[in-house]
Write a protein that binds this ligand. Sequence first.
Ligand code: BTN
Length: 265
Amino acid sequence: MKLPHFYSVIELDSIDSTNLEAKRRIQAGLASDGTVITAKLQTGGRGRLERQWVSNEGNLFVSVIKNSNLSPKGEHANLTSDFYNISLIDSSINGYCSPALLPFATAIAIGKTLQEFIKPTPLYKWPNDVLVEDKKISGVLIETINNYFIIGVGINIANHPEFGINIPATCMNKHSLKKLKVHEVLIKFLENLDKTFNYTEQQIIAEWVKSAYGIGNNIIINQGENEISGLYTGIDVNGRLLLDTASSKREAILFGDVIFKNHEK
Ligand code: BTN
């Protein structure tokens, strides 16, 4: 398998979770910047908020290890509230890009990859989902350990669970004339990830927002015990979702699930 420069890939048949395996190998000194771990299937695939990620053979499960000193370049100074429908509520972090934008850069790399194989335009659902025709096709789980980021990505290629969390699911082969190979998707994804790592913060935010799902809609943020509703107006430089609530207070949301009316089960 030809991989973009610099990556060394470990291909496993089966593992609990490629992210957990990456953690174990980093802790044992067996993996570092550029190590990529894939598996044909995961027996304990993990999603955001400690959820399960259904991980049957035929889909891509990959964890990319990067030094945590990697951060998209750029400053926030040029962004204004009119720019790409983004309102900045925090521009105090001069020249420093929080790792909070990494899931967004990763989602863009996934979006670019999907576009190389299938026709429908992928859209990004905050914070870390990629949708095709209103259905979830991919998710991102980024974790940190010992100065490394573990960028975990699942892309549904051959199969998908019936229903994800709050949203139906789909897979690439449903939109492709030929049966796609996991390897070809992986290679393109790694190439695209390299590209988006070289984006500035402004590029990441602009590109993500350009294809964001549901900006301008009234939504509910479900945070478990807490629910907040309001108008979804964009994201800020830290990747927080901006919500105009009924009390006309703008809130920057750090975590939670976005519920759209058309996706309620
Ligand atoms: C989500 O949508 O909640 C994130 C899903 C992330 C799944 C990937 S598959 C490869 C890596 N290993 C895991 O256990 N999870 C991530």
